[in-house]
Structures are given as C-alpha cells and as structure tokens.
Design a protein around this ligand. Structure first.
Ligand code: PEP
Ligand code: MG
Length: 323
C-alpha cells in the first residue's frame, strides 16, 4: 500500500490498465511553477497569460495602461518553458474583454460583457497585441526542448480558428496552435475547427456558462454551473469524439478536471489530457490509477444517461466503486 501511495504521489497520469492521461497544471504565471512541479505535473495545460497584462505594476511588468512589450513577455514565458524541459506547456493567449476590461482594449460599453468582444474576438480586433504576444512566445521557446503550444480562448467557429492559425504562422511560431472549446457552437462543430488547428482544450467553466445561459460568477445559478450536468458531458463528448476521429488531442482545462471522479468520466468520454490547479493533481492521479479505461467508459455512459447533475454523479460513483 505504501508503494502504491508513493507511485500515486508522483509519476504520470495512467489508468490501472495502462491508458495514459497526462496530468497538467493550470498556472497564472511563473510564481505558480513550484507548486506545479511539487505536485508532479507533467507540464502545463493552461498558462493564463492575463497576469502580464493586468496591473498592478510589478506583478507582471505592466501597469495595465498598455500591453507589456515583447521582451517583458519573452522573459516571463521563458521562465515557465525552462521549468518543464521535458514537458508540454500550453500557453493561452490573452483572454480579456469587456468582462475583464483592459484600458488598451476597446471600451467596455457592452450591455452583455460575457457575450461581447472578448477572448479571441478582442485579439482579432487588435492584431498588434496578438502578434506581439505570438512573437514573444516564438522567441521564448527558441532552443529549448520544451513542447510549447499556443491556444486561443473563446473560439466560436472555423473562421476564427483559421484566423488564429494564420496569425501563429505569420509570427513565425513553430509551436502547434490549438483552440479552446468554451462555446457550445465550437463543441458541436469541433471537427471543422480541427481542420485549422492541431488540438482542442475544453474550458468547462465557460462552456457550462454558455451552455446553460448561467453566469459563472452568480451564486444564484450555481446549480446550472455544476460540471456534472449531463448536457455539459454531451458537449465534452462531441468535442472528444471529433478529435479522436481526426487523430488529434482534446484536453480539459476547466475546473471539471479537478474533480477526481469526474476526471475518470472525462477520460471515459475520450478526453486525452487533464489540466487543473496543482493541488488537485495528486488526488486525480491516485483515483485514475484505481480504475481501468473501460470502467471510466462505463462511468461516462452512466453519467450521460442521467437527467441531472446529482444523478449523473451518483451513477458514475456507483460504477467507479464497483457496484
Ligand atoms: C474555462 O473557461 O473553463 C477556462 C479554463 O478558462 P477561464 O477559467 O480562464 O475562463
Ligand atoms: Mg474560459
């Protein structure tokens, strides 16, 4: 039992029958790297780069009044890349907009900020900001063995995925570029997105918000934000199946991946990597190691057959506990 506990405390994510599911960390900057390494993260599945753009001065090198310059960004990205010499580091380009306003982005007089010019939409309006970030990422990864990848937040359709891929190539980025699946339309048409990009990463926080028309910040609608909602699992399955059909990866980097049993269900749905806050990694690793891939698949089917989040959770738990 001691040996099993030790193996679960470090090492890669894997089911009891040897199916690999890399366990990656969500980070907000170089300051989060030590915790990720201590938890045995195999890399970074979501590097939220917003910290560089939002003040206060000193935190990320920007006062928030204007975007950080290319060299400031390069230094921050390189610090993270150097920390995972053998690993994969997925950097998300700036995810801002009317909900997280920045003085240098378009004025925030939108009546529905969550439905406005945010995420990739904002960057496509300001190609100068996107290009500076992509060039900084390209030069930060130069000469390092890290598997650096870049992804765009809030991709809605194939045209947006293509615009991002074109910008990545124009910036000289050799890294693979991917799309986050946070909008139901993107999950439903994942195959079209994959004609343009190399991988998908599902942001379950926003995907739940938009699938259920339920503000993720609003406690009154928290019930609808439950990541066990079968409709959310259906959307995850749609994206994962599309990626499998295209022979490409589809990770999850939202809070859902941090729930041990749900991590097994996501694995059963065909998700190929799980990224979460570092503190959740050991628990997810240990739970995954106790179940076969087939058991994860049965738990996923049981959860999707339910009509509520609570019933889905109970049904999956029954399968995973061997009932
Ligand atoms: C998400 O929406 O699930 C996500 C990972 O991105 P963020 O939480 O930064 O919006
Ligand atoms: Mg999001």
């Amino acid at each position: 039992a001691d040996r099993r506990a030790a193996a679960a405390a470090v090492g890669p994510g894997v089911t009891s029958d040897g199916h690999r599911v890399p366990l990656l960390a969500n980070i907000g900057g170089p300051a989060d790297v030590p915790a990720a390494l201590a938890a045995g993260a195999e890399g970074v599945g979501l590097f939220r780069t917003e910290f560089l753009y939002f003040g206060p001065e000193g935190a990320g090198g920007s006062s928030g009044a204007e975007p950080p310059d290319e060299e400031t960004q390069r230094a921050a990205y390189r610090q993270v890349f150097e920390a995972f010499p053998e690993g994969r580091v997925v950097v998300r380009v700036l995810d801002a907009g009317a909900d997280k306003p920045l003085p240098f982005l378009r004025g925030a007089d939108e009546p529905n900020p969550a439905l406005g010019v945010r995420g990739l939409r904002a960057l496509l309006e300001r190609p100068d900001i996107l290009d500076t970030q992509l060039r900084a990422l390209a030069s930060a990864a130069e000469g390092l063995p890290v598997r650096a990848e870049v992804m765009a937040p809030m991709v809605a359709d194939r045209a947006e995925a293509r615009a991002f891929a074109v910008a990545c190539r124009a910036a000289g980025l050799r890294a693979e570029c991917g799309a986050m699946v946070e909008i139901p339309a993107a999950a439903l048409r994942a195959r079209a997105l994959l004609r343009e990009v190399a991988f998908l990463s599902i942001g379950t926080n926003d995907l739940a918000q938009y699938a259920f028309a339920a503000d993720r910040q609003l406690g009154a609608v928290a019930r609808l934000q439950d990541p066990w909602q079968p409709a959310l699992l259906d959307l995850v399955a749609a994206a994962a199946e599309a990626a499998a059909a295209e022979g490409k990866g589809c990770g999850v980097c939202g809070e859902a991946a941090a729930d041990r049993q749900l991590a097994c269900v996501l694995t059963g749905l065909g998700v190929t990597s799980l990224s979460m806050g570092a503190s959740a990694i050991p628990g997810v690793r240990a739970t995954l190691a106790r179940h076969t891939r087939a058991q994860c698949g049965r738990a996923a089917a049981a959860a999707r057959a339910a009509d509520s989040a609570d019933d889905a959770r109970a049904a999956a738990l029954a399968v995973l506990s061997g009932e």
